[in-house]
Design a protein around this ligand. Structure first.
Ligand code: ADP
Ligand code: MG
Length: 685
């Protein structure tokens, strides 16, 4: 139960003055539904106004507040040009107030002979001084603020109105007991939570206050992850020592790399314990993670347990299923697949096989962890391509069973060390830092979109020589609909050129079956070109495809480009990646693309991606999904996460039940950032 002190913050915005259905709908567009969301809707800057007794030349170009008395008006001539109202300041200077529309309303708010407080940018026009579309108030009634924070807005909502709502929200905000270690707060000169919030809104440049709020968020995240780890460590589960028997019988056409061997050893060491494993396996695209997962799953099967492998997409689940069937069927391990598309009989038979233990290994999408799916003895869960899944999902998975399964999470997203700490702080980490031998590095070229015709000619030569290629279309905006439209258009053009039956199209809005059949035709070599939005980003393996073309490359994150490039260079032949860039490239954009040309080291790319995103960029919305921070920026995370981690550790060391004064405050912090599930994991007693 959320502590009562937070109730005023978690009430709906409708509770605020003058917020009806319409305003609340506008606020919702900004992600603001409750009072707390308003508090964390931080300004991006501020307007500074100068209050002056009279206009002077020194004030030209500044935003001023003046007391003026209108004395004359000049209407727009025959509807062309603006209308003007002339007013005097206390020194008798005439200032022209300019209106491009609504002259009647302007005259009513600025009646002749009556004093008004007028604010706006003072400009010179010919030999007149003027203010265009000033803000006007009657003396004594809500004069403009000297310093007004500027908020991200949406259609129909003014900055002034939003500012008022934030101020009302601030008034409702309670004082909260401090959860930050006193010595840390003192060292950083941080004020209390409420004061910091108020200051960030009133003085948008107040960096120390903003940093404190970012710290709160990072701290809540660290504490939640640590609680998860502790709870996982408290659980007992079945040890899966394995025998090595099945793994020995695997028929592999290649030798394991040293890195694969080392990582498999680490995982088997964990599985042999009665404490559930919680391990992250990082390995660049193509480094051979699947085989490591196979070894882990076989260890579970050797020990008499079942294993399940969760893939983020249908396509990937089917591909894994095919790989596993090929490797495991011959050694007597029974493999099945379960996704949203298995229905009726097929589904029932899988469910039965899981319950009676006749299925050893299950592959699928999240359907495999639904309530209704009962395993005889699930010993190991492998989650592939973790970045699509959030912390909360992991929390759920870990806390559900009485004997929770050992957990192996695999990701090809090379996460920088600093971020690994925050996003996976609770996990042990294994890294595959070596590629299988015999791979030729992918040659990367950056080409201007003006040369699109040449690129298409090159593609023609590539496929007439028997090659296959991916063509990835740009992200138009944050909408699958328009992304799909761009891809459809590109596919149409390429089909005209190369033939209807040579070019396939997949995008995020296609249904599973349609998508899979196109992918299958590409994998079998029937299609020469696969046009796609980023749905192919994850995991797909077609060794004969050796050309990757990415349109609008500057619009992708570097980590994403790296993933895309990883789709080629999977066979022994030489592969090429063409990054097509738009014409208005910024310096940062240029630097990012040349980094792609320079290196194929995923970890370096990830570190640079973080650096080149520059300050102000909030941790990727599209990439980190539900884990995105509200306040903390990438550079805050890099700097503050280690501090937050040791602070959280220390706190839990002294007060594991979070019962003391600071412990209680920290609970409030967890609720404030909606880590409710983590609070449920706090040790009782
Ligand atoms: P990822 O880490 O991206 O999931 P995969 O597991 O799909 O990579 O492996 C990529 C390709 O490398 C597969 O075709 C796989 O058979 C092959 N592979 C894996 N391990 C080795 C190895 N030790 N030597 C050679 N090829 C390997
Ligand atoms: Mg993979």
């Amino acid at each position: 139960m959320r502590p009562g002190i937070l109730n005023p913050l978690f009430t709906e915005v409708e509770a605020l003055k003058g917020v009806g259905p319409q305003v609340s709908k506008q606020l919702k567009k900004l992600g603001i539904e409750r009072v707390v969301d308003l508090l964390y809707h931080l300004p991006t800057g501020s307007i500074e106004r100068i209050k002056a007794p009279a206009a002077t030349a020194a004030l030209l170009g500044r935003i001023v507040i003046l007391e003026l008395t209108p004395f004359d008006t000049r209407d727009s001539r025959s509807g062309r040009g603006p209308s003007r109202i002339f007013a005097n300041d206390s020194d008798g200077n005439a200032i022209s107030l300019v209106y491009f529309n609504n002259p009647g309303w302007a005259k009513r708010t600025l009646p002749k002979g009556e004093k008004r407080i007028v604010s706006g940018k003072l400009e010179q026009y010919g030999d007149e001084w003027q203010i265009i579309h000033p803000e006007v108030a009657e003396p004594g009634k809500g004069p403009p603020l000297i310093r007004e924070p500027v908020y991200p807005l949406t259609e129909g909502l003014t900055n002034r109105r939003l500012g008022e709502l934030v101020r009302e929200a601030l008034e409702r905000a309670p004082e909260l007991a401090e959860w930050i270690e006193p010595s840390l707060a003192a060292r950083e000169c941080w004020s209390a939570w409420r004061a910091s919030l108020a200051r960030v809104h009133h003085e948008p440049g107040a960096e120390d206050s903003r940093r404190r709020l970012a710290y709160d968020e990072i701290f809540a995240n660290q504490l939640a992850l640590m609680l998860l780890r502790q709870s996982q460590r408290r659980h007992r589960t079945n040890a899966l020592p394995g025998t090595g028997e099945l793994i020995r019988r695997l028929d592999l056409p290649y030798q394991l790399t040293d890195a694969q061997r080392r990582v498999i050893r680490e995982i088997r060491g964990d599985l042999a314990q009665m404490t559930p494993m919680l391990r992250l396996l990082q390995g660049d695209v193509g480094s051979g993670k699947t085989l490591v997962a196979v070894a882990a799953m076989l260890t579970a099967v050797e020990s008499g347990a079942q294993a399940a492998m969760l893939a983020p997409t249908e396509i990937l689940a089917r591909q894994h299923h095919a790989t596993l069937l090929k490797q495991l069927d011959s050694i007597g391990v029974r493999v099945a697949i379960l996704t949203g598309r298995e229905k009726g009989r097929a589904r029932d038979s899988v469910l039965m096989g899981l319950a009676d233990g006749s299925i050893d290994v299950l592959v699928g999408t999240h359907a495999i962890f639904q309530e209704k799916v009962a395993y005889k003895q699930l010993g190991l869960a492998v989650i592939d391509e973790q970045h699509r899944f959030g912390v909360s999902q992991r929390l759920l998975l870990a806390s559900k069973a009485e004997h929770p399964p050992h957990l192996l999470v695999m990701t090809a997203t090379p996460i920088p060390r600093t971020l690994t700490l925050t996003q996976y702080g609770e996990m042990d980490v294994s890294r595959i830092d070596e590629m299988p031998p015999g791979r030729t590095p992918v040659e990367t070229r950056v080409i201007s979109e003006e040369k699109l015709a040449e690129v298409i000619n090159g593609l023609g030569r590539h496929i007439s020589g028997g090659g296959q290629a991916y063509w990835v279309c740009p992200l138009v905006e944050e909408s699958e609909k328009s992304d799909a439209a761009a891809a459809e258009e590109r596919a149409r053009v390429l089909k005209l050129r190369f033939g209807e039956d040579k070019v396939g199209l997949v995008h995020g809005r296609m249904k599973g079956a349609g998508k899979d059949s196109v992918m299958a035709r590409f994998a079998s070599g029937e299609l020469a070109v696969l046009v796609a939005t980023t749905v192919i980003e994850v995991g797909v393996d077609v060794p004969n495809a050796t050309l990757m073309i990415v349109e609008g490359a500057e619009r992708f994150g570097l980590a994403q480009l790296h993933q895309l490039r990883g789709r080629v260079g999977r066979g022994t032949g030489k592969s090429v990646c063409l990054l097509i860039r738009g014409q208005n490239l910024t310096d940062v954009g240029r630097a990012r693309l040349s980094l792609m040309r320079e290196t194929s080291d995923g970890f370096r790319i990830a570190e640079e991606d973080l650096r080149l995103r520059g300050p102000g960029e909030i941790l990727g919305t599209r990439q980190s999904g539900e884990d995105a921070f509200r306040v903390a920026r990438a550079e805050d995370v890099a700097e503050l996460a280690p501090i937050a981690q040791s602070d959280a550790l220390l706190l839990l060391d002294r007060d594991g039940g979070l019962k003391g004064e600071r412990g209680q405050a920290a609970r409030v912090c967890l609720y404030l950032f909606e880590r409710d599930q983590a609070v449920d994991l706090i040790r009782s007693g």
